[in-house]
Design a protein around this ligand. Structure first.
Ligand SMILES: [Zn+2]
Length: 153
């Protein structure tokens, strides 16, 4: 077994790209479990659950793996529009949150949470809204192609 300095030296000799790939290999299985659990929970309630692991990884990176509301320690995915209000489990509706903000927000609409500052809300919207829009566009493209697919059968 190589000594610790040898392991460190071998890691340092890797290129940034290789180090990122290694980090991804260890991170992605955990992330995909989390994402799978979120999607299953949503579908179990008859709600949309189509979050992808790569999308959640992108969102976590965007918020620097910190709570989107207070910058605290990331604890779980938070439905920006709560599920009880029809919020979907999709990249356009999920942000990382700390335990405290997640509890505090509960089933309230983000617009009704006066403790979330307008600038924080604006930042979250700036990130989520394009994702929601691109999802709607994709859905429309899929549904507009459906009749064509059915004609071919
Ligand atoms: Zn927080």
């Amino acid at each position: 077994m190589p000594s610790t300095p040898l392991i460190v030296a071998s890691l340092l000799s890797l290129s940034l790209k290789e180090r990122l790939r290694k980090a991804n290999r260890t991170m992605m299985p955990k992330l995909s479990k989390v994402v799978g659990r979120l999607n299953r929970a949503a579908r179990h309630k008859g709600l949309v659950g189509d979050l992808r692991t790569a999308e959640w990884a992108m969102t976590l990176a965007h918020f620097h793996h910190r709570c989107a509301y207070c910058g605290g320690e990331y604890w779980s995915a938070d439905h920006f529009i709560p599920q009880v209000l029809g919020g979907i489990t999709s990249a356009g509706n999920l942000v990382p949150a700390c335990w405290s903000c997640n509890q505090r927000k509960g089933p309230s609409h983000p617009d009704h949470c006066s403790w979330i500052s307008p600038s924080v809300l604006a930042n979250i919207h700036a990130y989520l809204d394009p994702l929601l829009l691109s999802r709607e566009t994709q859905q429309r493209m899929i549904s507009s192609r459906l009749p064509v697919a059915m004609d071919q059968t």
